[in-house]
Design a protein around this ligand. Sequence first.
Ligand SMILES: Cc1ncc(COP(=O)(O)O)c(C=O)c1O
Length: 385
Amino acid sequence: MENISNELEKIKEFGLYRDLNVVENVQGSHVKIKSKTYVSFCSNNYLGLANHPLVIRAVKDAVEKYGWGAGASRLISGNMKLHEALEDEISKFKRKESTIVFPTGYMANIGTICSLVSSGDLVICDRLNHASIIDGCRLSGADFRIYPHCDTEKLESIFKKSSKYPRKLIVTDTVFSMDGDLAPLPDIVEIARKYKAMVMVDEAHGTGVFGEKGRGVIEHFNLNEKVNIVMGTLSKAIGSLGGFVSGDIDLINYLRNKARTFMYTTALPPAVCAASIAGIKLIQKDLSLRKSLWHNVRYLKERLKLLKLNVISSESPIIPIVIGDAKKAVNVSRFLFNRGVLIPAIRPPTVPDESSRLRITVMSTHTKDDLERLLDVLEDVQRQI
Ligand SMILES: Cc1ncc(COP(=O)(O)O)c(C=O)c1O
């Protein structure tokens, strides 16, 4: 245990220690911590659905009808009506034949990648893909190649040397979670077609946010027919919990039979599925949610241009301000906190060394006053750094 304590001290010394805040009210654009209210600019609850009255109603009704726990894995006796209803709802939403739901997005990525490729195959990954994709690639046992962020020339050069592999898989985030930019999907899909590789996309931050109907970045680029493995999470814009993969029936039946993170874990509580169904329905019905989200994003980005901060130009509601040094980023985050704004510092290993940052995420429920308050505090930050 002494080694553990020493390592912990080192983590602190480098400014990389993580503390937990305790939120004492509901997850909205304002959160209460130690009885004080903060404007939150760090939640993935983009559309405010985690706390929407229709979602809460759906959960209460489901608990009345089905109780809470699922009691077993899906393959034993835990597969309940609402799991099936959720999978059907996602398939319709994502315009795919079939869907498999996992307890989390993390588990969806691990289970799917490890089912699709193994020793003797090739898996290729953008350098800034989410940790769950990287972990899935490592665990799969396949030969694992990483290309520099969004560099399709390097991607193609990897494929040029890939003829010996029987199965090839490229996996990419559609919206990169720490930079907020989009993958060059049309090019990726074209390169994969040329080299006969499978394409898997992670729509964690695309679902509910991009596309005319909120179906994701694939809809935005009109690539639904060309991408056959679509992963997403129910925990961000949908405001609930769980991960999913949508695709053709054979793919989904294959995953039901192969994905260990689906087979060997207890099914989600049915009321969680009810929340997700309600969230997906709201995304399709209430277009004002997405409209106000994008209105806020555009407003904030325009105003941020006037500040002398290192704001990375992004294409999504994720707006990073790169500070660099981890300790400095923590200090800036603390400054914001003292002024009533919650944006924890994102530091290595979540982002590369010397690129610690404030990662702003905008919500549809932020008011103009909320945005002005953030801008006011950032103006003071700019004077200090
Ligand atoms: C791109 C991406 N993929 C996957 C996940 C994991 O999803 P979940 O939180 O549902 O496990 C996340 C969330 O952190 C993410 O940002």
